[in-house]
Design a binder for this molecule. Structure first.
Ligand code: NAI
Length: 334
């Protein structure tokens, strides 16, 4: 049996955290031979609810679960962790502007970045789910100077899964027939779900779909799917978000088998995106890390969509500059 891995989850008693912990403990993220010790992190106000979640984890008698640490102290929670899933974030309150939300969350993620820097395993992999996920990842990484920025990724896999499903419904095929659907940019409604490189059973998908459906139905539907779920369910996406986090980290850790998976990763300047922004691009994962898929041809329509979401990420970065170390700015002027 492999030695256990320590996996931290913040927001562990929230909607997504609740689902995620169960599936992690069942071996769905790291494989059926990988024991885990879960570090469940919450705010002091949610510690009672978290106790209930821990009881349920015990009551599942998961064979791979070797322990649970439940805490409201980030340094304790991130101690020696191999993986950290940062889900907990402040929701938008009444009268709160987008800028206020960005700033409130950026402070949380700055603190978590510093804590990871101090106490996590040196090769920790961090997935940011809590919104605004891309910019929160930037802030966390910027506040963890002893870790590589590539150790931090943010989640756009839910957007990719949504896009793949919509295309499968349209073409009446299985989701497994579809490859190379890309989400570019921000996990927000400026994201660009791109089918120009998509394959269906190894053949180009684009000739099989008309422009009107692609531009007027598919793209806005994927961009606004979160709101559509809230409208129907009365609550935001939770099971599908936890599922996407499982998919993202499973592929990153165990390998994506050559398949392209969209991940928000620190930009290296490719595709005209400012270095140091966390921007979603297609990646392949050989196991343990990601490689960006580079040099794809970008047509005029795609370029304008990619530019729009890039601009939003620049604005988000500028709104949290006060939380970035001074010398980190250099990365933005490359
Ligand atoms: P929720 O409100 O049900 O749970 C959030 C939990 O985080 C709460 O239990 C809260 O006590 C906890 N929390 C807040 N601040 C914390 C901190 N500093 N440390 C530890 N725990 C903290 O929310 P839900 O539905 O679980 O969503 C969580 C986040 O995930 C939200 O920001 C949401 O917008 C985001 N999200 C991101 C998606 C993506 O694709 N990237 C998809 C769906 C949601």
């Amino acid at each position: 049996m492999l030695p256990p891995l320590r996996v931290a989850v913040t927001g562990a008693a929230g909607q997504i955290g609740y689902q995620l912990l169960m599936r992690l403990a069942a071996g769905e993220m790291l494989g059926k031979h990988q024991p885990v010790i879960l570090h469940a992190i919450e705010t002091p106000q949610a510690i009672k609810a978290l106790r209930g979640v821990v009881m349920e984890l015990e009551d599942c008698a998961f064979p791979l679960l070797r322990g649970v640490l439940a805490t409201d102290q980030v340094e304790k929670g991130f101690g020696d962790v191999n993986l950290a899933v940062l889900v907990g974030a402040r929701p938008r309150g009444p009268g709160m502007e987008r800028r206020d939300l960005l700033s409130a969350n950026a402070q949380i993620f700055a603190e978590q970045g510093r804590a990871l820097n101090r106490v996590a395993q040196r090769d920790v992999r961090v997935l940011v789910v809590g919104n605004p996920a891309n910019t929160n990842a930037l802030v966390a990484a910027a506040n963890a100077p002893d870790l590589w920025e590539e150790q931090f990724t943010a989640m756009t896999r839910l957007d990719q899964n949504r896009a793949v499903s919509q295309l499968a419904l349209k073409l009446q095929c299985a989701v497994t027939d579809i490859e190379r659907v890309i989400i570019w940019g921000n996990h927000s409604n400026t994201q660009y779900p791109d089918l120009s490189h998509a394959l269906v059973r190894g053949e180009w998908a684009r000739p099989r779909i008309d422009d009107a459906w692609y531009r007027n139905e598919f793209i806005p539907r994927v961009q606004k799917r979160g709101a559509e779920v809230i409208e129907a369910r009365g609550a935001s996406s939770a099971a599908s978000a936890a599922n996407a986090a499982i998919d993202h980290l499973r592929d990153l850790w165990l390998g994506s088998g050559g398949r392209w998976q969209s991940m928000s990763v620190p930009s290296d300047g490719s595709y005209g995106v400012d270095a140091g922004l966390w921007y979603s691009v297609p990646c392949v994962c050989p196991g343990g890390h990601f490689r960006r898929v580079l040099d794809l041809p970008i047509d005029e329509f795609s370029a304008s969509m990619m530019e729009r979401t890039r601009k939003e990420l620049v604005e988000e970065r500028d709104a949290v500059r006060h939380l970035l170390p001074k010398d980190y700015d250099k990365a933005f002027t490359m």
